[in-house]
Unconditional design. Structure first.
Length: 220
């Protein structure tokens, strides 16, 4: 049985407006200039401390920014103007994959477990995932620990495991764990960067990803 592990932000969910807004609140609270949008989104996929370390450096108020961000994110998520829609076709694709008896589904994300539980409940995905790995469970991507824990929990081997994500951090994590790295073109890092980080292919849309998952497992 194959294990297909999905990233969340930028892969399943279009959360860019919420992420940028929460970052803006956090930086403003600290009297710091807000990162430009591209820079803000470039760290999506990392755990919060790692993301803010990239944005302000080791000497910056990393932990305090992360706490401010979490408070802002949870508050803004209640505002309908900051909804987190699924990317086109991804809800339908997950439903089809969940119905198959030759696959197990997993999640590996820089989100907190609270955030993942909120996402699963909001979309009616309870019981769909054999394993969910979050920023609360393992070191930040691209460390392979999330995937190693996912495979152990699901009873899967690297040769039958695929990681699907939109960032170079996802691809590098997959390579380090010895699993197939598949990129998606609609997220926060460009296809060329995904290939450079180890993606064996990059899907242009949900239909192309579905076709890939209906075929043979690509080689690492």
């Amino acid at each position: 049985m194959r294990l297909v592990v999905f990233d969340v932000d930028g892969t399943l969910v279009d959360s860019q407006h919420l992420i940028v807004a929460a970052q803006s609140v956090a930086f403003t609270e600290h009297g710091l200039p807000t990162p430009e949008r591209r820079e803000a989104l470039s760290v999506v996929g990392l755990s919060l401390p790692q993301a803010f370390r990239r944005l302000v450096g080791e000497a910056g108020p990393v932990e305090s920014l992360a706490e401010s961000y979490k408070r802002a994110f949870n508050a803004l998520r209640l505002d309908p103007s900051y909804e987190e829609p699924l990317f086109p076709g991804m809800g339908e694709l997950l439903a089809r994959l969940h119905a198959r008896d030759d696959l197990q589904l997993g999640i590996a994300t820089g989100k907190s477990r609270r955030g993942v539980e909120h996402l699963i409940a909001a979309n009616g995905w309870e019981g769909w995932f054999a394993t969910t790995q979050t920023a609360d469970d393992a070191p930040s991507k691209p460390d392979p620990a999330m995937l190693e824990q996912a495979m152990a929990e699901a009873g899967a081997e690297p040769s039958s495991t695929m990681m699907i994500g939109d960032t170079t951090y996802d691809m590098a994590m997959a390579v380090s764990a010895g699993v197939v790295a598949v990129g998606v073109a609609w997220g926060y890092h460009r296809p060329g960067a995904l290939f450079g980080a180890g993606a064996v292919t990059v899907a242009d849309d949900a239909r192309a990803l579905a076709a890939l998952l209906n075929g043979r497992m690509p080689a690492v």
